[in-house]
Unconditional design. Structure first.
Length: 120
């Protein structure tokens, strides 16, 4: 008889993990979600969209850096929704919208933020 122990892999998703997606053609918009629940199998998660904070990187070009607001009870912008988790090269992702995939962020990208441009 053998005993199995759970080990963290790159594809394991946990409550509190942050996912990121972006969309746009001439402009770039970023969206962030926080995992609020994970199913027993780990194949389904419940997420809530997070607010983002942006700051000007270069006011002449309209380029900003945006990152997720990850603290405070008012950090969420939407209701909890259920998503099916997939894995690509060890990185978990889900389809946020028909036009956007969301991938789990590592700490480095969470703090650095992402390029955003609202100029269409």
């Amino acid at each position: 008889m053998s005993t199995a122990t759970a080990t963290k892999t790159e594809s394991t998703v946990y409550v509190g993990d942050i996912f990121h997606g972006s969309f746009g053609y001439d402009m770039t918009i970023n969206c962030f979600w926080e995992v609020t629940r994970v199913s027993g199998s780990g194949k389904t998660v419940w997420v809530r969209e997070l607010k983002s904070e942006c700051y000007w990187e270069d006011s002449r070009s309209g380029a900003m850096r945006c990152r997720a607001v990850i603290t405070g009870d008012d950090r969420f912008t939407g209701p909890e929704v259920r998503k099916r988790v997939h894995t690509d090269c060890g990185t978990p992702w889900f389809r946020a919208e028909s036009f956007m995939l969301a991938r789990r962020l590592d700490n480095e990208h969470l703090l650095d933020g992402f390029y955003e441009n609202h100029m269409d």
